[in-house]
Write a protein that binds this ligand. Structure first.
Ligand SMILES: [Zn+2]
Ligand SMILES: [Zn+2]
Length: 890
């Protein structure tokens, strides 16, 4: 029988058990139509960069759910996968090329894509390895990548179906444009930053008179694209001017003054310039009044032919030139400082240009309706519930979704343009000819789809849709979608829309939103602050189980998590506590053979009844909490039970019996509590529980009945027969009595092995207390201990402490408890030492030579030292005065 090592070294067992689980095939579920499966489709990890703590959190929360359901005997599928992450990946590979002095245009689309595939392959291996490192029990045989053939066919199929229904169209709409990446971006890919800029007040002269109207703008270069000036029809200042015409300064073009209710009279002068091709609000105004769109910029944000004399200038150079020209013509009235929020490309930090552009769109309103209903009528539950309000707000005001990207990395849009008739052929498979004129001159649209398009299909595309596969029939819809609350709209809402659209069914029953991870002080983790903890670093230092426990304990869905050194350390201490408790029990089993079947025994002694009853309560509470997705609280309760009730109390009490070889032996109850605690903890601490459970199994005589791994052992269930409220009442009081005595001993600085006298008075629990006398005597070092009924209490004149507890009174005579003389000598000695050091410091700090030479921080430090010594002396002297008149303590 192998000895369990003295200290827990996580690194030595983690890989061993992961490989064992993989080899046993426990991660791959069996389809059993008699049982309802539990299914989580893992959010596909972006193939860019290393896994951070957010990934570790996702993996842990999902693994906790998955391991728990698997232990409950449900066929459990956790399907892992990765996302090609369109723009994010393309920018990374472009940067690598740039280091070699190359651009993607120089090497061409084919070479660039194959280079990106190489990166993807390597990156996917890293991600798989890191998930395995975290203990993720996912089914690697079903692993998917968004660009795999099957999910790609799902993407093309969904596109074609939406197109044929008239829900995908191509049109000129306002989008976010990154001039560096030269692509449209989703709102999620735009980071807003507050910028201190300027508000320029520009005069637009009337064509018919000498007068002018002043408008305010933050982007004067867009004047070149203005097609109207708008005022509010209720604004008295401008009423007479509606319908007049003004001349655009600098390019002398005539534009009308129009009235629109959307104009905010309090912004600037109340008169707005309307630039439909470069501002979302202006675009909408232009739609209402049929104003022309004048796009003044090229893809790289240089000015195009519509900018007249400014053609060829870069956008900010153009701004300077326009301002200078306005100034020369005396049309720049004034400039005010102005802070506003400006979008930047989240991949390259270039300032976004809102711009009208010819793109592909999904008309989302018809899709949103069903998705709103699914949440409203409870078919999809969102946790925490407060996010449903945000979901409805967003879905009810949903805008069409721009799905085309001018990138090379991603799913090509399945549309072929005909050179002969200009017709479009939209097809799942590559067409040989144009469907309109049969011409062979068809070329595929160069754009790719927004990454979120394939992610939106993830819950069904991973299971084989559009084919009618066994997996799709059995595992769809999934059970839980677990992800961060920050992508509720970009991803979760779209999965619900597309799942309903493609399959007619919701993609999952529950959306579990986890919070963001912050540092110990609640600050956002960032490289700049230097407070980032990498999962690899935490694993090396504390072990995987401790990291998983720290990430999930005490957390609730939707709330941010503070994680720092102290939480990781306390988690590691917990793992060590469990390790040491198990070692003790295993050693006891080695010396004292456990009788077969004794684990089935009903407890006779109060403390055994108590631990059984408490464990049972724990199982009920934990099961209830897990069912309500309160994993953090469930883990906290297991922690409290194992640390305090089991290790600090029950094991300590059991030691007394084992030492004295009393019968009945507590061993069956030690083993039972340990074994069930390990199973309760397995979902969050898979490695250490497997290691300890296997060691325990080796030593049990009926081990043949135990499964091959704790991960397929059943999760503990409650047994109402073992409830023992009376035993719980007695033991709660005994613990309170021992704690009180220990406090008194600490307060009076009683030496650890000195015994003190205690008298306990109670009525109802008298008998129970008497059975525990030995426990109180041993654990609180009491001698003599008297336990009596309340009517037998005598009044004495001795000095004594009287404590009134929940079920008993405690009388502790003070005489002889403390060796006053020794204590006095110790305190006096310490006081004298401190006085000497104070004198030294005082003389130093009054020495002018020192004060004039020493740097100020040294003087500060010495002054602080002096204050703290003076404080210590004061407290020592107070303790001395207490010692001389102990009655003052009563
Ligand atoms: Zn960019
Ligand atoms: Zn054609």
């Amino acid at each position: 029988m192998s000895e369990v090592p003295k200290a827990y070294e996580p690194g030595k067992i983690e890989r061993k058990w992961y490989d064992f689980w993989l080899k046993q095939g426990h991660f791959t579920p069996e389809i059993d139509h008699k049982k309802k499966p539990f299914v989580i489709i893992m959010p596909p990890t972006n193939i860019t960069g290393e896994l951070h703590l957010g990934h570790a959190l996702t993996a842990t929360v999902e693994d906790v759910m998955v391991r728990w359901h698997r232990m409950k005997g449900e066929p459990t599928l956790w399907l892992p996968g990765t996302d090609h992450a369109g723009i994010a990946t393309q920018v990374v590979v472009e940067r690598q090329l740039a280091q070699k002095g190359q651009t993607k245009e120089e090497i061409g689309r084919v070479n660039f894509t194959s280079l990106t595939w190489q990166w993807a392959k390597k990156s996917r291996e890293d991600i798989r390895y890191q998930h395995q490192l975290l203990g993720a029990s996912c089914d690697w045989t079903r692993e998917r990548f968004t660009l795999d053939e099957s999910p790609s066919r799902a993407v093309r199929t969904a596109f074609v179906r939406l197109y044929n229904k008239g829900l995908i169209y191509r049109g000129e709409r306002m989008i976010n444009w990154c001039p560096r990446c030269r692509t449209a971006l989703s709102d999620l890919e735009v980071e807003h930053k507050d910028i201190v800029g300027h508000l320029y007040f520009v005069r637009y002269p009337f064509t018919e008179s000498e007068d002018f109207i002043t408008v305010a703008t933050t982007r004067p270069e867009t004047i070149l694209g203005d097609t109207a000036v708008a005022v509010n029809p209720k604004d008295k200042r401008y009423k007479k001017l509606i319908g007049e015409h003004v001349t655009l300064p600098v390019i002398d073009k005539e534009i009308p003054v129009i009235a629109d209710d959307a104009v905010d009279t309090s912004f600037g002068t109340g008169a707005l310039k309307i630039t439909p091709a470069h501002d979302p609000t202006d675009f909408e105004v232009a739609q209402r009044y049929n104003l022309p769109l004048v796009d003044i910029m090229n893809a790289d944000a240089t000015m195009n032919e519509n900018a007249g004399p400014y053609q060829g200038l870069e956008r900010f150079a153009c701004r300077d030139k326009v301002l200078a020209d306005l100034e020369n013509r005396r049309l720049l009235e004034r400039i005010e400082p102005y802070s506003h929020s400006i979008g930047h490309c989240c991949r390259c930090q270039t300032m976004i240009e809102p711009k009208v552009s010819l793109q592909w769109f999904v008309q989302t309103q018809p899709l949103a309706k069903a998705a709103i209903d699914a949440v409203r009528n409870g078919r999809v539950a969102v946790l925490p519930e407060r996010f449903t309000k945000i979901y409805f707000d967003w879905m009810e005001n949903i805008r069409d979704w721009c799905i085309s990207r001018q990138l090379w990395w991603g799913h090509r849009i399945p549309v072929w343009h005909c050179r002969d008739c200009d017709g479009l052929t939209v097809s799942i498979d590559e067409p040989l000819t144009c469907m309109h004129c049969n011409s062979k001159q068809v070329i595929q649209d160069p754009d790719v789809l927004d990454t979120w398009f394939s992610s939106a299909l993830w819950p069904h595309s991973t299971l084989g849709w559009p084919d009618d596969t066994d997996d799709l029939r059995y595992f769809y819809p999934g059970s839980v979608m677990e992800t961060g609350y920050d992508i509720l709209f970009f991803w979760v809402a779209r999965m619900i829309m597309m799942g309903l659209e493609d399959t007619g069914d919701i993609p999952f029953h529950t959306v579990y939103l986890h919070g963001l991870i912050r540092d110990e002080n609640g600050e956002k983790m960032s490289k700049l602050r230097g407070n980032v903890i990498s999962p690899a670093e935490a694993i090396n230092k504390y072990g995987i189980d401790a990291l998983r426990f720290a990430l999930t304990t005490g957390t609730t869905p939707g709330n941010d998590i503070n994680l720092g050194k102290s939480k990781l350390e306390s988690s590691r201490n917990f793992v060590n506590k469990l390790w040491n408790a198990t070692r003790f029990i295993l050693r006891s089993l080695d010396t004292e053979q456990l009788e077969a079947q004794t684990t089935e025994l009903r407890p006779q002694r109060i403390e055994d009844q108590w631990i059984d009853s408490q464990l049972n309560r724990l199982i009920i509470d934990v099961t209830g909490l897990m069912e309500q997705f309160q994993f953090g609280e469930a883990e906290q309760q297991i922690y409290d039970f194992v640390w305090s009730k089991f290790c600090d109390w029950y094991i300590e009490i059991a030691k007394i019996r084992l030492r004295n070889q009393l019968t009945p032996s507590p061993l069956p109850f030690l083993v039972n509590t340990l074994e069930k605690s390990l199973r309760l903890l397995h979902p969050v601490m898979p490695f250490v529980t497997e290691e300890l459970w296997q060691s325990l199994k080796q030593r049990l005589s009926d081990q043949s009945k135990m499964p091959s791994s704790i991960m397929i052992a059943s999760y503990p269930f409650a047994d109402h027969e073992v409830f023992a409220p009376e035993a719980e009442r007695v033991m709660d009081s005994i613990i309170e009595i021992i704690r009180s005595i220990r406090n008194i001993r600490a307060q009076y600085k009683v030496k650890p092995n000195k015994e003190i006298e205690v008298r306990v008075y109670t009525d109802e629990l008298l008998h129970g207390f008497i059975t525990q006398a030995n426990v109180v005597e041993t654990l609180a070092k009491v001698q003599p201990l008297t336990i009596l009924g309340r009517q037998e209490r005598e009044t004495t004149k001795d000095k004594a402490l009287v404590l009134v507890l929940k079920e008993a009174e405690l009388v502790v005579p003070l005489a002889g408890m403390v060796d006053h003389r020794a204590e006095e000598r110790r305190l006096i000695k310490e006081s004298e030492e401190i006085k000497g050091r104070i004198a030294q410091l005082e003389s130093r700090l009054s020495d002018n030579a020192f004060l004039s030479k020493a740097p100020s921080h040294v003087i500060d430090r010495e002054t602080q030292k002096l204050t703290s010594l003076q404080d210590k002396l004061k407290r020592l002297q107070w303790e001395l005065s207490q010692l001389m008149s102990p009655s003052a303590d009563n």
